[in-house]
Design a protein around this ligand. Structure first.
Ligand code: P6P
Length: 334
């Protein structure tokens, strides 16, 4: 390694992809780089919070005598404050905000829309379980200016980019702009996301299934049979699948993306529409998994073909290795 060569940063990769499009304005690249600044700030706060939870337990104030914000509020505010200023967005939609987040009049508006779950699985932070940020970027139809809720009700196939960050033993950013999937590990010494997992492809068939079996009694018969299949001898390996479920979507998804396997959060009698949200959970992860050779359905339809009926629409989710998703989807519709 040449001295000072820290490897390929996410900025370098994004700029390299931009050069593939001579007519590109560079706005998308700048938007993406600004987003990584917010993600690095969240990583710092999430990792610090683990420590502060120990040090700041007395009375809920941290060692600097600051009011301890809830982490997901912090993450939400960090993304909003960083991104609203850029001039590249016409608005944002967040899991934490009921309505579209408007760009203040003081700032210019742009042609992109950002959807995000600022800190998914944050209830796990006190147990030091990996949690994550999920995001998707759309290009607004019809130029710049304000955008309303209808502008965000786009199917996932219209995404121009998507990704997630997993805050775990290390902080890792996984992204796709529609040309494959790349993973970047945050080097805290340099403060840059460095390419560590080039061109991620998920195995066409896995050995892992991830579902909350505690909901078994709430599933319909077809769902029970589809999940029971994983406990029987798989025809290829002559052995059952391994059950792995963390209860943090990004962590479960990320493991299965790398190792192969299937994550499913089916509809049940408690959540007849499913639990996970289409706009800022299912669609961005479906975009990633399809660019990695996998697939994602709601148990019947391709996730990225679903027309959202609202910012916080919930869907059942079957996502991961193509053969596993296809088999489960077929069993749910058999
Ligand atoms: P359950 C976390 O609350 C979350 O939104 C996802 O990160 C996770 O996959 C899911 O809910 C877990 O839900 O019902 O199994 O606890």
């Amino acid at each position: 390694m040449v001295h000072g060569d820290i490897g390929t940063t996410v900025t370098k990769l994004i700029l390299g992809e931009q050069r593939e499009y001579p007519q590109a304005s560079g706005e998308f690249s700048s938007l993406f780089v600004e987003l990584t600044v917010a993600l690095k700030q969240i990583s710092y706060e999430v990792n610090k919070a683990g420590l502060l939870n120990v040090l700041g337990k007395a009375g809920g104030r941290n060692v600097q005598d600051e009011e301890q914000q809830k982490l997901d509020v912090m993450a939400n505010e960090t993304i909003i404050r960083t991104m609203e200023y850029t001039g590249y967005l016409c608005g944002m939609a967040s899991e934490e905000n009921e309505k579209v987040i408007e760009i203040p009049d003081a700032y210019p508006k742009g042609k992109y829309l950002l959807v995000f779950d600022p800190l998914d699985g944050s209830s796990n932070i006190d147990a030091n379980v990996s949690i994550g940020t999920i995001f998707g970027i759309y290009r607004k139809g019809g130029g710049t200016g304000k955008c309303g809720e209808d502008d965000f009700l786009l199917p996932g196939r219209e995404l121009v980019a998507a990704g997630y960050v997993i805050y775990g033993s290390s902080t890792m950013l996984v992204i796709s702009t529609g040309h494959g999937v790349n993973g970047f590990t945050l080097d805290p010494n340099v403060g840059e996301f460095i390419l560590s997992h080039k061109d991620i492809k998920t195995p066409s068939k896995g050995k892992i299934y991830s579902v909350n079996e505690g909901n078994y009694q709430y599933w319909d018969e077809k769902t029970k049979r589809a999940i029971d299949y994983f406990k029987e001898k798989d025809e290829a390996t002559k052995r059952p699948y391994t059950a792995r479920y963390i209860g943090s979507l990004v962590a479960d998804f990320h493991r299965n993306l790398l190792y192969g396997g299937l994550f499913i959060y089916p509809r049940d009698s408690k959540s007849p529409k499913g639990k996970l949200r289409l706009l800022y959970e299912a669609n961005p992860l479906a975009f990633i998994v399809e660019n990695a050779g996998g697939t994602a359905t709601d148990g019947k339809n391709r996730i990225m073909d679903i027309q959202p009926d609202g910012l916080h629409m919930r869907v059942p989710l079957v996502i991961g290795s193509r053969e596993d998703v296809e088999r489960v989807t077929a069993m749910l519709n058999g």
